[in-house]
Design a protein around this ligand. Structure first.
Ligand SMILES: [Zn+2]
Length: 171
């Protein structure tokens, strides 16, 4: 059976059944992929600590009844917050390598501004999709468009928190 090995960053984890886990990874060779790690939710799991979201790792997987993660080895942390990892998992295309994004993660230099340019939504030329002003610096993920300060505030707060990437937030 063919095995695949690649570097990756773990983006998200989901429970599956009682003991298994599913993980969405952004891999260097294959882009975004989701695989199952058997028994990863057992307290004795050797894989789980290496697959926590935010971890940069080497991963080994096979294709057998879906993608099965059979080995994982932590190499470090990506230094990207959990919410930004979730946004990345929403934006990255499935099964398509993105070398520009991978390089930023490997070099610990990830920024949304640069990532949007790589993915083809350059914020430098962005106009607000609603009113057309040149201050469209909030990316609304479900519509894949930028909105200005004023227009983005028309969305409910909960939606903004879960689906908007702001490029000039004052935290
Ligand atoms: Zn606007």
């Amino acid at each position: 059976m063919q095995e695949y090995v690649t570097s990756a960053v773990s983006l998200r984890k989901y429970p599956q059944g009682d003991l298994d886990g599913r993980y969405t990874l952004f891999t260097e060779r294959f882009g975004r992929m989701t695989g199952k790690a058997k028994s990863s939710r057992k307290i004795t799991s050797k894989l789980a600590p290496h697959l926590e979201p935010g971890t940069v790792l080497r991963v080994r997987f096979i294709e057998a009844h879906g993608t099965q993660i059979i080995d994982a080895l932590k190499e470090g942390m990506a230094g990207i917050s959990i919410i930004n990892l979730q946004f990345l998992s929403m934006l990255l295309p499935e099964g398509q390598p993105e070398p520009g994004i991978w390089r930023m993660i490997a070099e610990r230099s990830f920024s949304w501004r640069a990532a949007f340019a790589v993915l083809g939504w350059d914020p430098e030329d962005a106009l607000c999709a609603s009113c057309g002003t040149r201050k469209g610096m909030h990316f609304y993920i479900p519509r894949q468009e930028f909105f200005c300060d004023t227009c983005i505030r028309k969305l409910p707060l909960k939606t903004r928190e879960s689906a908007v990437i702001s490029l000039h937030v004052s935290l």
